[in-house]
Design a protein around this ligand. Structure first.
Ligand SMILES: Nc1ncnc2c1ncn2[C@@H]1O[C@H](COP(=O)(O)OP(=O)(O)OP(=O)(O)O)[C@@H](O)[C@H]1O
Ligand code: SF4
Ligand SMILES: [Mg+2]
Length: 368
């Protein structure tokens, strides 16, 4: 069943990015895995949007689709549209895509060493992009490179230009990546778990730098994270993903106060809250996500859901408007809401029969 596209959810005016009903397969025939199954989301200029969800739910491939970086084969976009500034990225030619990448849209990955060239100095890696995309001459590019390193808090930036990546710490390398990503004033920055590999104090510094610069430069940001603390602090809006779909989308404030999808509720109840006594039991989400190669016909959360009713197994819930600028894909959304955050813990509702029909892809429940 194909879902209708999601209405525009950008919080202010025209979206910068709009993904409509995107469907992506890996492999083909009986072994095809539907990694994205009708994903729709939008990002307004200057907005910070978080994508959250368990491992394998499609966060990274959603971001990579915006840059058309899905490896083909094995990946194949089989439907949908990806709009960036009035252009359908999926129909752009190679020259147009090259111009967009790094120039209009930049990306920061979890492990900067995989993105930095180990045999080029930090200075050269910064100036190369400035010369190529902004047509700066060498001395202007050098001056700008020093400014950029200062902007991300590298001490004695001028004297570090001739250093190689291995001479920088992990946190400093990630700062360099952010400097590189922002060097051409992109409209959109994609940050895929940008701080997961760093210790917590450095994580906080890097995220603060990203948030400050995106505000100063008016850059929209997509942050992919497992950390609900990061979401609460930095996101204007949140898209909760589950098994290749967006199952809930709202402003961060609304989502934390008024979750309307059982999976979101589960995420919120599985992490400690400062406004709750320590005696409150945390409630992990029991069970596993379905196998993307054998998706159940109805709701993909059915096997793990304690709110399920018969209809859920037969009919897939589309995203429904549940409050202003708040959508959730759950038939029973009216039974959820703020009071459920405080309700006593419930015994898990794991249906082993249903689980057997929908074998799990991963035994790992990430600590979202
Ligand atoms: N290159 C690939 N080849 C085959 N399958 C892939 C490839 N990249 C992603 N997938 C599959 O697509 C699905 C979505 O993957 P994705 O990397 O987007 O997950 P994710 O939500 O980012 O997870 P994580 O939190 O672990 O990074 C997964 O089932 C994954 O196995
Ligand atoms: S549609 Fe049904 S099974 Fe799915 S999340 Fe809602 S209540 Fe649970
Ligand atoms: Mg990922």
């Amino acid at each position: 069943m194909t879902l209708p596209p999601l209405p525009l959810m950008a919080s202010n005016g025209k979206p910068l990015v709009e993904i409509l009903d995107l469907r992506l397969d890996f492999g083909s025939g009986d072994h095809a895995v539907r990694a994205l199954d009708g994903v729709s989301l939008s990002i307004a200029p200057g907005e910070t949007v978080c994508l959250v969800g368990e491992s394998g739910c499609g966060k990274s491939v959603s971001a990579l689709s915006i840059l058309r970086l899905i490896p083909n084969p094995p990946g194949k976009i089989v439907g949908g549209e990806v709009w960036f500034e009035d252009q359908d990225i999926l129909k752009a030619d190679e020259d147009e895509i090259r111009h967009i990448r790094g120039n209009r849209i930049a990306m920061v990955f979890q492990e900067p060493m995989t993105s930095l060239n180990p045999v080029l100095t930090i200075g050269r890696q910064l100036t190369e992009a400035l010369e190529l995309h902004l047509k700066m001459d060498r001395s202007a590019a050098n001056r700008r490179a020093v400014e950029l390193l200062e902007m991300v808090g590298i001490p004695e930036a001028g004297s570090r230009l001739n250093d190689y990546p291995h001479q920088f710490s992990g946190g400093m390398r990630q700062r360099v990546m952010i400097a590189m990503a922002l060097s051409c004033n992109p409209k959109l920055l994609l940050a895929d778990e940008p701080t997961t590999a760093l210790d917590v104090t450095i994580q906080a510094q890097i995220l603060e730098i990203m948030a400050r610069l995106s505000k100063e430069l008016g850059t929209a940001v997509i942050i992919i994270t497992h950390n609900l603390g990061v979401v609460a602090r930095y996101a204007d809006r949140v898209n909760v993903m589950y098994a290749g779909r967006v199952v809930e989308t709202a402003s961060a404030k609304e989502l934390y106060a008024n979750p309307r999808h059982p999976y979101t509720l589960g995420l919120l109840r599985s992490v400690p809250r400062l406004d709750e006594s320590r005696k409150e039991k945390l409630e992990p989400i029991e069970g596993l996500p379905p196998d993307l190669a054998h998706m159940p016909p109805g709701c993909s959360f059915f096997a793990r859901c304690r709110f399920r009713v018969d209809k859920c197994q037969a009919e897939r819930p589309p995203l429904m408007l549940v409050a202003e600028k708040h959508m959730a894909a759950c038939w029973e959304w009216e039974r959820l809401g703020p009071e459920m955050l405080k309700a006593p813990a419930q015994p898990a509702t794991i249906d082993t029969e249903v689980e057997a029909e929908t074998p799990a892809v991963s035994a790992v429940q990430e600590g979202v």
